[in-house]
Design a binder for this molecule. Structure first.
Ligand SMILES: NC(=O)C1=CN([C@@H]2O[C@H](COP(=O)(O)OP(=O)(O)OC[C@H]3O[C@@H](n4cnc5c(N)ncnc54)[C@H](O)[C@@H]3O)[C@@H](O)[C@H]2O)C=CC1
Ligand SMILES: CCCCCC(=O)O
Length: 487
């Protein structure tokens, strides 16, 4: 069997050489690349719109909202904060280190592999690229083969606008991904599903390569009608957006299912129907406002979820589909069996199960009993319930009275926990994700403590025990030194 290492050897060597040249450590280089991303997004907007429509049927307004606009926001945020992020930071020191100074510096990790997904092909490629560039790394990007038009535009535009000696795009699917994983990277940033994440981690283990896994899961939305001091109209629009509005429900932080009080379920169904019709009209397939299913395999997978007998009978709205157009209309289900695939597997499509509970507080136990989701949502103003959801459930993030919007907040970390992944990015978290935080300590020779060295005796033990205390007293009487240690 031929060596896999022959594949991409040249590309890897070039980006490794570029990193070793030190060019990407220059702040001016990093800023130039972030500016280039902004130019790319602006000047190739129509190409991006066309590719997202071709692969996913995304309307260009949705494409701008979720991908171009969001990425531009992130690139501008990184540009605006890069000097602050990269500046070294003095740190306070314990008495035992007297006299010293110390600081924290961020250094780039080196050559980074980014493997991204198909549902937000530009957003999920450029968000980590922005972090990797901001931190001074060189990059190999492998976008998903399931969005081929987007993958092609990524190759062309990144090689046209960014420094090709430092950032390269390699197209392909599993076989290309596995060949890339044979190489030694300084960081692997993976967005995708758990099965492939295990392959990535196994490959990374061979070189002890640090990995970030951005995975998925079943994100619940607790809809509490009892405390309905919230605006029902706004809440319904946000729930519908959270389920159907981002890539047609094919979003890792999209609402997967709803938990609500049993007695309010009929009200909730009617409200959801009303606002689905307001959002997508009488014939959503013709609305040009909801993305199509990515391919026939996922279309049949979603149809399979609906075709389970007791699931089919739980459909209370929607359920129709068009295989030729890869379209499934927004569908609501009421209490499908909890052991059915639609309630045990990540749906990743426009199907919305509503699970009813006698008491909304039971939603906490329901969520806790399942794998940790990427996001939890709570449409409630019941503070006690909010506190319990925050403290008694675990998820990548938790958002009250909205959905998905947390993705656009640069000051909050984005990432999973448990089965939904580990590592976090966005904003400064992206910079830190692709940096090594190095401690730098400068010692002096003014004072040395003999009791730190052998030969050992009990006197040294006493000094170790009391010496630092007496030093502290001495220092506290001398404000110049105390200032160093006590800040
Ligand atoms: N946390 C997040 O930000 C996101 C998570 N996801 C999750 O990703 C999943 C769906 O995305 P998919 O792209 O279908 O996932 P996937 O895991 O099938 O593919 C992800 C990437 O891995 C590559 N790949 C596939 N097999 C590989 C192998 N053997 N070796 C190396 N690379 C390989 C693919 O080409 C693609 O680029 C869902 O579970 C979803 O929740 C999707 C988008 C965002
Ligand atoms: C617009 C938000 C996209 C987040 C990535 C995802 O949910 O797959």
């Amino acid at each position: 069997m031929g060596s896999l290492l022959g594949d991409f050897e040249e590309e890897l060597q070039e980006v490794r050489d570029t990193f070793n040249s030190g060019k990407t450590r220059e702040i001016s280089w990093r800023k130039s690349q972030l500016q280039a991303i902004l130019s790319l997004l602006k000047e190739r907007e129509s190409d991006i719109f066309k590719a997202l429509n071709q692969d996913l049927g995304k309307h260009h307004v949705e494409a701008f909202r979720d991908e171009i606009g969001t990425v531009a926001k992130s690139a501008k945020y990184a540009l605006g904060n890069l000097n602050k992020w990269t500046a070294s930071k003095k740190v306070k020191l314990p008495l035992a280190a007297f006299p010293s100074t110390a600081k924290l510096v961020h250094e780039p990790l080196g050559v980074v592999l980014i493997i991204s997904s198909w549902n937000f092909p530009f957003g999920l490629s450029f968000e980590p690229i922005i972090g990797a560039i901001a931190a001074g790394n060189t990059i190999i990007l492998k976008p998903s083969e399931l969005a081929p038009a987007c993958s092609s535009v990524l190759v062309k535009t990144i090689h046209d606008y960014l420094d090709k000696s430092a950032i390269k795009v390699v197209e392909g699917g599993a076989s290309v991904g596995e060949k890339l994983l044979q190489h030694n990277f300084d960081k692997i940033f993976f967005t995708g599903g758990g099965r492939v994440a295990q392959i990535v981690m196994a490959a990374a283990a061979k070189n002890l390569t640090p990995v970030t896994l951005e995975l998925g899961g079943k994100c619940p939305a607790v809809v509490d009608f009892i405390s309905s001091t919230w605006d029902r109209k706004i809440a319904m629009k946000r729930i519908i957006w959270g389920k159907f509005g981002a890539c047609g429900g094919q979003a890792c932080i999209g609402i997967d299912y709803i938990l609500t009080q049993k007695k309010f379920a009929p009200t909730l169904v009617e409200l959801l129907k009303k606002y689905i019709m307001k959002s997508f009209g009488d014939n959503p397939m013709e609305s040009n406002s909801i993305a199509k299913i990515i391919n026939n395999k996922h279309f049949l997978r979603l149809k399979g979820l609906l075709d389970e007998p007791l699931v089919k009978s739980s459909i209370v709205f929607g359920g129709s589909s068009n295989e030729e157009k890869l379209f499934i209309e927004p569908t609501i289900l009421l209490d499908p069996p909890l052991d059915s695939a639609i309630m045990t597997e990540e749906i990743f499509g426009p199907l919305l199960p509503i699970i009813t509970l006698e008491n909304i507080e039971d939603s906490v136990a329901f969520i806790r009993a399942r794998p940790k989701p990427l996001s939890v949502y709570g449409f409630t103003n019941n503070e006690k319930l909010q506190k319990r959801m925050i403290s008694e459930t675990s998820s990548g993030s938790i958002t009250f009275n909205d959905a998905i919007i947390q993705y656009a907040v640069d000051t909050l970390p984005f990432g999973g926990v448990g089965g939904s992944g580990f590592g976090r990015y966005h904003g400064k978290y992206s910079f830190e994700n692709f940096s090594h935080q190095k401690g730098v300590m400068m010692r002096g020779y003014l004072i040395d403590f003999g009791f730190r060295y052998p030969p050992w005796n009990n006197k040294k033990l006493q000094l170790l025990k009391s010496g630092l205390r007496s030093l502290q007293e001495a220092l506290l009487h001398n404000s110049k030194y105390a200032q160093i240690f006590l800040g």
